[in-house]
Ligand binder design. Structure first.
Ligand SMILES: [Zn+2]
Length: 406
């Protein structure tokens, strides 16, 4: 395992082993001991002892008893949880999830509220500001105790720019300096991430993708995006817009998409497409409980999910078609990148096999056997929290790797 989710150029680093040790301590399930660290990094016990002594003196690392069921408990290393807190946030088109976590990435408080992303940056950021201060007050914490903040956004993030660029589902946010704006508001180190990339990081660190070197996290909500971990590193692409799987063409003559093209995956399988299909079928007079829930034109994707879970056949049919469209795009991703794992996250994914089975079948049918023979497709273990947990991981990466360089 060699993944560093931090942005310091490696050539500027004084002691690379120290950074590697920090990440091995953070991401090894059930902890790692000094002996295991020496083995993993091919270093002598003396070299490990010297670095660990340093990290202990700085108050960053502690030694504790590891978790095993029986026998003598091994002594493993952990990040000192009492050193401070970070905030990880995930902003979607219609909600914000905010997690307060300690340095060991344990979530101590979470808040979620609904938004309309079309309200634009100033209004949404002032809501975030209010919720953040409310949360700090409830936890009896001061702003100075928050050491870093990461915000996930549902659009392509400009690398080193701290803003989004031409995001199809966030009009009004284009080129707004999100990172520097909130940094000046709170006077805390801030980092911005794409929500699907953060989902991949969250699931890799603490979810379904632990230990995987090549995985894709596909977030299905109103928008559809993918975060790709390739050879143990998040792949951003040349400008930061890699993974926009929602705008892969599924049907050249299909419905109009928010990006201006026709027949994109998002226009055929995103939350709005699911709702639109339901409205269409109700208006055609199909027998479904969707016709009784609310006025036909205001049916939402969550109504379709609820009806499908109740056994409504029309709703199930819509989700099965949705899964097949997703599977078609994912088969392309599998042929291109040969991941060992695909994790489906976001609101629509919570229904599990009703969506997963058509995805699995379509991927199997449409991808090369060589590319998919070891492939596993599963739902996000962290559920709706994958991206917010990824934001916690990224905020901790920012501050921990900064602190050990000082
Ligand atoms: Zn599109």
């Amino acid at each position: 395992m060699s993944t560093f989710f931090w942005s310091v150029p490696k050539e500027n680093v004084k002691n690379l082993n120290k950074h590697a040790i920090i990440d091995l301590i953070r991401f090894t399930p059930n902890g790692i001991s000094r002996v295991e660290l020496a083995r993993e990094l091919n270093l002598t016990r003396a070299a490990i002892t010297s670095i660990i002594n340093d990290l202990q003196a700085m108050g960053i690392v502690d030694e504790v008893e590891g978790q095993i069921r029986s026998g003598r408990k091994p002594i493993v290393l952990e990040i000192n949880p009492h050193r401070g807190y970070v905030v990880g946030m995930d902003m979607g088109a219609t909600h914000v999830t905010m997690l307060l976590a300690n340095y060991a990435a344990h979530v101590v408080k979470d808040v979620e509220w609904t938004i309309d992303i079309d309200d634009g940056p100033q209004k949404i950021i002032s809501q975030i500001d209010e919720h953040l201060h409310q949360m700090l007050m409830e936890m009896n914490l001061r702003m100075e105790e928050i050491k870093a903040i990461c915000l996930g956004v549902p659009g392509p993030v400009v690398l080193r720019g701290g803003m989004v660029s031409e995001p199809p589902i966030m009009p009004g946010w284009d080129k707004f300096p999100i990172e520097s704006y909130i940094q000046s508001l709170w006077d805390v180190p801030v980092t911005l991430g794409n929500d699907a990339e953060l989902g991949a990081i969250g699931e890799w660190a603490y979810g379904a993708g632990r230990g995987e070197e090549n995985l894709a996290y596909v977030k299905v909500g109103r928008g559809i995006g993918a975060g790709m971990l390739l050879d143990g590193q998040i792949y951003h692409g040349a400008d930061g817009s890699a993974g926009e799987i929602g705008h892969i063409t599924i049907d050249e003559n299909g419905p109009l998409c928010s990006c201006g093209n026709r027949g994109c995956l998002e226009a055929m399988a995103g939350g709005n497409a699911v709702a639109k299909r339901a409205v269409e079928l109700v208006k055609k007079g199909q027998r479904t409980e969707l016709s009784t829930i609310r006025p036909v034109d205001s049916i939402q994707s969550k109504d379709v999910i609820a009806a499908a879970c109740n056994g409504d056949l029309v709703a199930q049919q819509i989700l099965s078609e949705t899964g097949a469209h997703l599977g078609t795009a994912i088969a392309g991703l599998v042929n291109l990148f040969n991941p060992s794992m695909i994790i489906i996250g976001g609101g629509v994914s919570q229904i599990g096999d009703l969506l997963l089975e058509p995805i699995r079948q379509t991927v199997q049918k449409r991808s090369l056997r060589m590319a998919s023979k070891r492939l596993r497709i599963s739902t996000a273990l962290l559920g709706r929290r994958s991206s917010a947990m990824g934001a916690v991981v990224q905020a901790l990466s920012l501050i921990l790797h900064q602190e050990i360089e000082n």
